[in-house]
Design a protein around this ligand. Sequence first.
Ligand SMILES: *Cc1c(COP(=O)(O)O)cnc(C)c1O
Length: 417
Amino acid sequence: MSDDPVTIPEHGRDATELLADIESMHAEDIDWRGGRAFSLVYNPGDETLERLLDEVASAYLHDNALNPFKYPSLLRMEQEIISMACSLMGAPPRAGAITSGGTISIFCAVHVAREEARSRGVAEPQLLTPSTAHPAFAKAAEYLDIEQIRVPVGDDGRADVAAMVDAIGPRTGLVVGSAPCYPYGVIDPITDLAAAAAERGVLFHTDACLGGWLLPWWERLGEPVAPWDFRVPGVTSVSADMHKYGYTFKGASIIAFRTRELLERQVFWYDDWPGGLYASSTPAGTRPAPPIAGAWAAINHLGVDGYLRMAGQVLEATRKMRAGIAAIDGVTVSHEPDMSVMELCVDPASELAVDIGGVGDVMDDRGWHLDRQQGGLHLMLSPYHLQVMDAFLADLADAVAAHGASRGKAATYGGVA
Ligand SMILES: *Cc1c(COP(=O)(O)O)cnc(C)c1O
């Protein structure tokens, strides 16, 4: 690439030639289909589902879900997705909305809590989160101009209930827990946190962006799953991303509330302009139709038996990964994960001198993509990882046995170019 600023080409380019260019550029991107990515894309390894999603997306590509009354099909799909998601999590069938992602679902929960607190006379509400809460909470706090109080988690990586409860004060508008948190994959003690919030008349949000579409299936498979959803008294909102373990493509998340009244606080009505009444239930105006149609197709195609099958594969991949890590001297998981997400770190009980950044570098060189965190390497498992688990663990054992000093790749998650 040259440094000259790119401008619009004077003459339009041939479609075939453009497609060839795009194909070669895309080939440089992360290879998630081969199971080499451990973040970003949740690969079900299901070609039929992928083809179905391609077709659905293309059928709805040019449509706009801004005005659902012009699109009875999208209206129906949206209502059905909300109802299915709410039933999965134990919320009333119509107390939710579809957003473009977890960050926006969290934004909605924080906004509703701010408005609810203000209606109780709390002029400057605060947001109370464990230190492992997703950055989306800090972002929402900044955009919505409310203060975030971050409480350090305990040694097990879970929210410290006593410290969280101590931090609840007259200004607290929302208490947060994760199911699970992104960095360590551990589930916060939602029951205790939500009870403490409810006792003080404060709203409680479970961030189940990661777990919302996986934990219910693990529970049905008989796995011990710590309570996190609306069955827990005091939980007033939940975020759950369909574009993660719901296996649809990006742009689909659910924000659900315990009551319709809470949901209605996020609906925006406006008619003080010449263009007629404008109403929307999330920050988006124009909304792409494919994420709605895609989520509807994915959920209906997989069904309960499909999700159970996928969840069983993720469980098996998780067990193999845990056992594989345990068998390699020098590394361990930093906290006992409750799900298929974990942090790989140096084992303090081992005599071996391991530089976890150096291990990550060797894995990079072998084509595996492991995100760096402050404390180690991040792993998020999808069904397809079962296919590559043995190869991964063999490379990991090699990398731990022989690596140099870390090349110093920084801990990163999102990115800005
Ligand atoms: C992914 C994630 C989010 C944010 O979701 P986006 O879809 O990336 O906006 C929030 N919380 C947790 C725990 C997540 O894993």
